[in-house]
Design a protein around this ligand. Structure first.
Ligand code: ZN
Ligand code: ZN
Length: 361
């Protein structure tokens, strides 16, 4: 974690702060290695403290050895004591992770004295570091992706008319856990027929049926890192219209992937894919962003591929490319891969085929 601490310190100057209190759960994990649910990291130019309570002392010793461990009974009393030496200095807090009540506690020490430091709202500083993945992080994401790929080929044998969406979702979950995943990255989506028209459909008791698309969107967590993939398959024989629609989404997805390279603005990747769908007359039926960053969290802002995505792509950024077309009452198609930006383009992490799979009815 020493390297991450140094990268954070290097960002203090531009943020005009002398230190940062890291309290966002994922940021805390990224900066310290600590996976527990209570604690604060205080990183200044002079020191790196990890403050936590009795329950987590042993865990913090093991997981966050680069930090000076401070045990508290009253978190804010202890924090303010440790901050006394920084009197008059500017200490950042993560404004997007701190509640109004927590801010009150930062500004008003329990002893009734004024806070020694000046609290400065800071947004997205650790997220900025998290946006460019290290080699080790890329390997963990790839491991999570590989489990999902295996789950997809496994589940194909179970996609039969009569099996319910819930049953398929459960089989996916069991398979990924048996493969060593520690959790689902998010509740799996299994949406068949008309249910596929809802981009974030929850699995229902509806049985799969011949003549329908089935959208499967799922992923797992591997040592903290998430995967996320979507494939849409067909049960039985698709009509020509079904095929044309599938090919359209596939073309948009491939064009999106091909647009990913360093220096490109995320929204231009979104536009590349979106234009293809719009030119075919389905622009109104693709109502979400093209994709999102991913890492320790399944949805990360860097890079967000949407009509407003302003991130300039850099090597090491990882995101999803997932266009879809959703026809109310009829169904939907979405195809999603994860890609990593490389020095001269991008590499697709997801390996499952994107050709239309038609399963026996
Ligand atoms: Zn997904
Ligand atoms: Zn996604």
């Amino acid at each position: 974690m020493q390297e991450r601490i140094e990268r954070l310190r290097a960002a203090f100057k531009d943020a005009d702060i002398d230190g940062l209190l890291v309290t966002g759960a994922t940021n805390r994990r990224y900066m310290t290695g600590f996976t527990g649910s209570a604690g604060m990291a205080l990183i200044t130019r002079e020191e790196a403290l990890f403050l936590t309570d009795f329950r987590y002392v042993e865990q913090a010793k093991a997981q966050a050895p680069d930090y000076t461990l401070v045990r508290y009974d009253d978190p804010y009393a202890t924090l303010h004591q440790r901050l006394a030496r920084y009197a008059g200095r500017r200490i950042g807090f993560e404004s997007h992770h701190v509640t109004v009540e927590q801010l009150e506690n930062l500004k008003n020490p329990p002893d009734g004295q004024p806070a020694a430091v000046e609290w400065v709202p800071v947004k997205g500083l650790v997220e900025e570091l998290r946006g460019r993945k290290s080699q080790e992080e890329l390997e963990l994401i790839q491991a999570a992706v590989d489990v999902a790929d295996r789950a997809f080929s496994y589940i194909l044998d179970h996609l039969r008319p009569g099996a319910t969406e819930k049953e398929i979702a459960w089989k996916l979950e069991v398979f990924m856990r048996e493969q060593g995943a520690e959790a689902l990255a998010f509740p799996s989506i299994v949406a068949s027929g008309p249910n596929g028209a809802l981009p974030h459909a929850r699995p229902t008791d509806k049985p799969l049926a011949a003549g329908e698309f089935v959208t499967l969107d799922f992923g797992c967590v591997w040592k903290g890192y998430c995967s996320d993939m979507t494939r849409t398959v067909f049960i039985g024989r698709p009509t020509d219209e079904d095929r044309v629609l599938y090919e359209l989404v596939l073309r948009a997805q491939q064009a999106g992937v091909e647009a990913v390279r360093p220096g490109v603005v995320a929204k231009d990747v979104d536009a590349t894919a979106r234009n293809i769908i719009a030119e075919a007359g389905y622009g109104d039926f693709f109502g979400h962003g093209l994709g999102h960053g991913i890492g320790l969290d399944v949805h990360e802002e860097i890079p967000r591929f949407s009509t407003r995505g302003g991130v300039v792509l850099e090597p090491g950024m990882v995101g999803s490319i997932e266009p879809g077309v959703y026809l109310p009452g009829r169904g939907g198609i979405r195809i999603e891969d994860l890609v990593v930006v490389t020095e001269d383009g991008c590499r697709i992490l997801t390996k499952s085929t994107k050709e239309l799979i038609c399963l026996p009815a």
